[in-house]
Each structure stands twice: as structure tokens, then as C-alpha cells.
Design a protein around this ligand. Structure first.
Ligand code: URA
Length: 306
């Protein structure tokens, strides 16, 4: 990266001062109240660059589905529950796309290539969001990216343009990436949901569940070296936990059968409303950059990061 570029972007992000983090400063900030979509809950846990980051191993998430279902987990500290279709409530929703496609094609989403996956998402009617969307928002970027970013769901701009993170939050996300020397085109960006929830409400558990095979297939196809979850919804859905984002960021997890290193940061929409939190997001990004710089041979998910 060009010398000083990081600082200039940091300035553009509105981070006033760069302070070296001190080791072992686990603190929790205030929880954010949920915004009208482009937003995310917060509080925070900070760790210094010198300390060993314990890697939290999650149960391998199978490709068929993720997501916490309406019978929500009573233990906020629990990390993973495998979602299964028979725990869904009765309702008007059609069978999950995985089952439909297995019947239709003899194959499942987990075996699709990019082309079939894109076409399947574009015509998906697995939940009621298909009634209100303008178009699906599949995901964008480098399909062999080292870094994959996962947000929550399309907003109005994304629904209109068919691309994730193109509104104001997207512009800040671009700046955040630039701060660690990455262009938007170098990463792959997707969301938990492929369709915009009306009035930008939070994704419903069954919507995330129905949509999850698509995201799982995208992750499997990209095979990123690092997964970065932006925002509370993305973090809680993928990690299958109710823990606040402040307890999830600043740590490394391993995700899925490939044991992909995964970390969490604040949603750029939240940072737009709470610029005082940008320094923490910057710290998270620095950790992502450090992880990406590590030689691939040292990339085993079980390795402590740091
Ligand atoms: N917020 C998200 O989480 N995703 C988008 O694509 C846009 C805004």
C-alpha cells in the first residue's frame, strides 16, 4: 500500500487519532439500539495486536442451512444450533429451496456452480420477500477473493441497483476497505438475505433460514481466507448466537467445514450514525489485514491469530 494511504483513508473515515492498542483491554461499550435497517447493535471488546487471540471453534456449519429459528435460544452465550426445517413454525412459506431444487434437478444448492446459483437466486420464491423485492441482490466482487464480507440484507439502494452495499453505508465500506489497501473489486460482498425486507426491517429467522443455503454455497465457492461479518445481524445469524456484537468483535472464530477464519466488526451504517465507534472498526480492519498478510501455510483456522 502507498505510504500514508491508510492514514488518509482513516482520516476520511473520520477516525481522529490513531492510537496503538494496549494488550488485554477487554472492555464493553454501550449496546446500540437497533436502527431502521442500515444499522447494527454494538458494544465492544478490544484486544491489542500483541496478545494472542483465542480462536473460538464453532461447530462445523453444514451447507444446508444456518440461522436461529423462532424458538429462540434461551442461553445468550450458546454459540451454535443447527437449524432444521422441522423446527420452523407453520405458515404460508413454501418448502426450503434446498428441498425444492433437489426435487427439480436431482442436485442441491450445495453442488451448484456460480451460473446455476445466480439463476436460482434470481428466481427464488422461498419466502415472502419475493413479493416485495424489486430484484434479488446476489453478491458482487472477486469470486476468488481472499476476503469475503457479509452484511445483513439489501436496503432500498441495493434493491434498486441489484448490488450489495451501494448506498451510503456501501461508500463507507469502500473507504474501510481502502484503509487496509483493498479495492471493493478485490473482495466478495454478500448479505445474509438476497432480498430487501420491507421498510428495512430486520430479517426474520425463517427468511435467514431459507436464504442460508445460497450464502453457504457462495462461501464454499469463494473459499475466502477470511470472512468478515459486518453488523449484529450478520454476526448473530452466522455464528448462531444471541450474544451482542461487542462480545463477538475483537475475536477470531473458525467457520464451516473449511474452518475459515472469521471475525466481526460494526456495520458501516452504524458507524455513520456513531462515528465515535469508527476507531474500533479500524482496529478490527487492522486485524483482518494482518490475518490476510499471514502466509497461507499458517492459515489453519486452529492457529491462534496474533
Ligand atoms: N446493508 C447491508 O447489510 N447490506 C447491504 O447490501 C446494504 C446495506
Amino acid at each position: 500500500m502507498e505510504p500514508g494511504l491508510g492514514r488518509r483513508y482513516l482520516h476520511a473515515m473520520g477516525v481522529p487519532v490513531w492510537r496503538r492498542r494496549e494488550a488485554n483491554m477487554d472492555t464493553e461499550g454501550p449496546e446500540e439500539t437497533p436502527p431502521p435497517r442500515e444499522g447494527v447493535a454494538t458494544s465492544d471488546t478490544q484486544r491489542g495486536p500483541e496478545m494472542d487471540h483465542p480462536v473460538q471453534r464453532l461447530p462445523a456449519v453444514e451447507q444446508e442451512g444456518i440461522g436461529k429459528l423462532p424458538s429462540s435460544d434461551p442461553d445468550p452465550d450458546s454459540v451454535s444450533q443447527k437449524a432444521t426445517p422441522d423446527t420452523l413454525p407453520d405458515g404460508e412459506i413454501e418448502p426450503p429451496p434446498q428441498a425444492e431444487l433437489e426435487v427439480a434437478s436431482g442436485d442441491g444448492i450445495a453442488g451448484m456452480d456460480w451460473e446455476r446459483l445466480g439463476a436460482t437466486v434470481a428466481s427464488c420464491r422461498a419466502c415472502e420477500l419475493c413479493e416485495t423485492r424489486t430484484q434479488t441482490v446476489f453478491g458482487v466482487g472477486n469470486r476468488q477473493a481472499d476476503l469475503m464480507i457479509i452484511g445483513e440484507a439489501p436496503g432500498a439502494d441495493e434493491d434498486r441497483q441489484g448490488e450489495p452495499f451501494v448506498g451510503r453505508a456501501g461508500q463507507l465500506l469502500n473507504l474501510m476497505l481502502a484503509a487496509i489497501g483493498l479495492q471493493r473489486e478485490q473482495v466478495f460482498i454478500a448479505n445474509i438475505l438476497k432480498c430487501r425486507p420491507p421498510q428495512n426491517r430486520d430479517p426474520r429467522p425463517e427468511e435467514a433460514f431459507r436464504c442460508s443455503p445460497y450464502l453457504m454455497r457462495q462461501i464454499a465457492l469463494v473459499r475466502p481466507r477470511v470472512l468478515l461479518l459486518v453488523g449484529r445481524i450478520s454476526a448473530q445469524k452466522l455464528l448462531e448466537t444471541d450474544r451482542p456484537i461487542g462480545k463477538l468483535r475483537g475475536r477470531w472464530f473458525v467457520f464451516g467445514p473449511d474452518e475459515t477464519p472469521l471475525t466481526v466488526t460494526y456495520h458501516p451504517a452504524y458507524l455513520l450514525r456513531s462515528p465515535d465507534q469508527k476507531a474500533k472498526a479500524w482496529q478490527d480492519l487492522i486485524e483482518v489485514a494482518r490475518r490476510l498478510r499471514k502466509p497461507e501455510a499458517e492459515d489453519s483456522g486452529a492457529e491462534p491469530v496474533g
